[in-house]
Ligand binder design. Structure first.
Ligand SMILES: Nc1ncnc2c1ncn2[C@@H]1O[C@H](COP(=O)(O)OP(=O)(O)O)[C@@H](O)[C@H]1O
Ligand SMILES: [Mg+2]
Length: 324
């Protein structure tokens, strides 16, 4: 059913370079969360801190009662078994076939025999759409296939928490759309807690149950997708809507002159909230809420035109009727 991850007051600096301070959030069990942020804001560092590869300077990461930030190596070893991780570069062994790459964690961490291993590897390869590619080497396949293989490897130990770093880096928009759909389908199947780190706005707008935004050395906001997509908080709306206008400048925050120059213009209206991707089987995921649910519950009026195309959610042709 997935495991909750509770982050409290997390702070990390490398020497004098503060990465982020006082980050607190909860990744709800079984839900998909996306952590967004400009390049270099410490998204990968955040992900590595959650699995205890990087020790924070302050704060806690609680997983089933264990604090990753302060626990012993022995406890860390046990808690790590709950995780599957897909690193940004895929981290595949170049001289091993995809089969051996995917089998690696099973051979390393379990006492399963090769017959049992084969069954699991083939099942996971099938789940990620790689059936038939077992004998290929990582160098022989496309970037999108390498990510899928990395994902299959992250799945073999039946993770309760799946951490995915920049799945869309280096992928074209069509491949990104396919892999986003795969995340939704996998989440419906294995019901693990997902954290996807990305700077892809389209992924953030359509995939997750929750969105977080790291910006300027802190967590600007974290909450349900509809909350952030209807927020007029300047940093959040600028980033999620990919606008130049707002406090985020070309390389860092804008200075006061730049902001004053803009102050005569109103912020552009928020675009409609798109429907969240649904499993391709047409079923709802256990943690998926109906479109507009968060807005209704919280008395928030979503931007005009939000959740327009119900047919797209059911996997029908977009534009079949009333699509905004
Ligand atoms: N092990 C490390 N030692 C020192 N600095 C690091 C280390 N890992 C990351 N950094 C620095 O932390 C900052 C954030 O990096 P990163 O988390 O990779 O950003 P993002 O994933 O958001 O693009 C960068 O300035 C990077 O150089
Ligand atoms: Mg990164």
């Amino acid at each position: 059913m997935g495991t909750e991850v509770r982050v409290e007051g997390l702070t990390k600096a490398f020497g004098k370079q503060m990465i982020w301070r006082d980050v607190s959030l909860t990744l709800p069990a079984g839900e998909i969360s996306v952590m967004l942020g400009p390049s270099g804001t410490g998204k990968s560092v955040f992900l590595k801190t959650i699995i205890g590869l990087i020790k924070p300077d302050e704060g806690h990461v609680f997983i089933e009662g264990t604090d990753i930030a302060t626990c012993s190596e022995r406890e860390l070893y046990d808690v790590r078994k709950l995780f599957g991780v897909l690193f940004q570069d895929g981290a595949m062994f170049g001289s091993m076939t995809l089969y051996d790459n995917v089998a690696f964690p099973l051979r390393e961490h379990t006492r399963k025999n090769e017959t049992e291993i084969r069954e699991i590897v083939m099942e996971k390869m099938e789940m990620v759409g790689l059936a038939g590619a077992e004998t290929k080497l990582p160098g022989e396949i496309s970037g999108g296939m390498r990510k899928r293989a990395g994902l299959a490897r992250a799945l073999v130990l039946e993770p309760e928490i799946l951490l995915i770093d920049e799945p869309d880096s280096g992928l074209d928009p069509v491949r990104t759309a396919y892999i986003n759909q795969l995340f939704i389908d996998l989440n419906a199947q294995i019901e693990a807690t997902f954290l996807i780190v990305t700077h892809d706005i389209n992924t953030a707008r359509t995939v997750p149950d929750n969105i977080g935004l790291l910006y300027h050395r802190h967590l600007a906001m974290f909450g349900p997708r509809e909350m952030l997509l209807s927020s007029s908080e300047p940093v959040v709306s600028q980033f999620l809507n990919a606008q130049r206008q707002g406090p985020i400048g070309m390389s860092e925050e804008k200075d006061e002159d730049e902001l004053a120059g803009e102050s005569q213009y109103a912020m552009p209206a928020l675009p409609p909230i798109p429907l969240q991707l649904a499993p391709s089987s047409g079923l709802l995921r256990r943690t998926q809420s109906p479109p507009g649910e968060w807005c209704r519950r919280n008395g928030v009026t979503p931007p005009p035109g939000s959740f327009a195309s119900e047919s797209a959610a059911a996997g029908l042709a977009v534009g079949a009727g009333g699509a905004a």
